[in-house]
Design a protein around this ligand. Structure first.
Ligand code: AMP
Ligand code: ZN
Ligand code: FE
Ligand code: FE
Length: 272
């Protein structure tokens, strides 16, 4: 069976591998296709496209946008959009500005708690990359303020904890519109992680193209209701591991996937 992992992160956001290394790993794992879905950036494609062509890996464009509906954070996967589209590029740039301000606000909160991290230390992690809570957590661990990333989130950074800042947010509708205007398809990411306080029915009122039905290490029983839902709604389904490399070592690339046939339904314009 030819497999494609449609959800993974490079070090252009909070993954640990470079885009080239991700493509090489996909090859090594025997994958046929891939979509790299970094948080709020499409930077990986500049390096991923030549690597995928070199390795003979089919590549479709992807991104994972954070957005909000009724005050609840939702992740949307954008697929098969045009990389050169000005709208999506500008939207990514707005996310970077949002994140810069939000990171500063979280560092300020941490400072009040005696956790001293400077913005420059965050910026050293990489220019032009999506920096977020996982990077702050890494620095907290490195500097000895916490003994694990988990502790950083549990004590300080998780939603509702003392140093969490939601920052400016973009709406579900606006995010779907940006993806559509770039010729892409909008998929609801890891739907099982949406807090129960937001009804799925409320989310499904929006013009989504699909739902991520195979995710990470989900079992067959966990997948079934999502497949039934997409069928009922006439939507597409997607699947992927949400691989982050050493940042999330328990999940391996290809842990979830779709077949070539599904890949070709989602990606009408593969870039490699
Ligand atoms: P951000 O985009 O800056 O809000 O960071 C979100 C990312 O942080 C997610 O994609 C996860 O990888 C990670 N994350 C969120 N909550 C937790 C948690 N409780 N423990 C560990 N990692 C988390
Ligand atoms: Zn992530
Ligand atoms: Fe996500
Ligand atoms: Fe993800």
């Amino acid at each position: 069976m030819l497999k494609a992992d449609l959800h993974c992160h490079s070090n252009c956001s909070d993954g640990s591998l470079t885009p080239q290394e991700l493509v090489l790993l996909a090859k090594e794992r025997g994958l046929w296709g891939l979509s790299i879905t970094d948080h709020d950036t499409i930077e990986a494609y500049e390096k991923a496209i030549p690597a995928a062509k070199e390795e003979g890996i089919r590549l479709g464009t992807g991104v994972e946008f954070s957005c909000e509906h009724l005050g609840i954070s939702i992740h949307l996967l954008g697929y098969d959009f045009l990389l050169t589209n000005a709208g999506i590029r500008e939207f990514c740039a707005r996310h970077q500005t949002r994140r810069k301000e939000r990171n500063l606000a979280m560092l300020k909160q941490l400072n009040k708690k005696g956790v001293l991290i400077k913005e420059e230390e965050l910026l050293l992690l990489g220019k032009g990359k999506t920096i977020g809570r996982p990077h702050i957590a890494q620095l907290m661990e490195k500097k000895g303020y916490v003994s694990s990333l988990r502790e950083a989130f549990d004590k300080y950074l998780a939603e509702g904890k003392c140093c969490y800042v939601s920052g400016e947010s973009f709406s579900l509708q606006e995010t779907i519109d940006v993806i559509h205007q770039a010729g892409g398809k909008a998929f609801l990411a890891h739907p099982h992680l949406i807090p129960k306080t937001l009804s799925l029915k409320e989310v499904l009122r929006f013009p989504l193209d699909g739902i991520e039905s195979y995710y990470s290490k989900m079992t067959g029983d966990q997948v079934k209701p999502w497949l039934a839902l997409v069928q009922k709604k006439g939507l597409l389904f997607s699947g992927g591991s949400d691989f982050h490399g050493s940042a999330k070592p328990e999940v391996s690339l290809g842990a979830s996937f779709v077949t070539k046939e599904i890949f070709e339904k989602i990606f009408e314009h593969p870039v490699a």
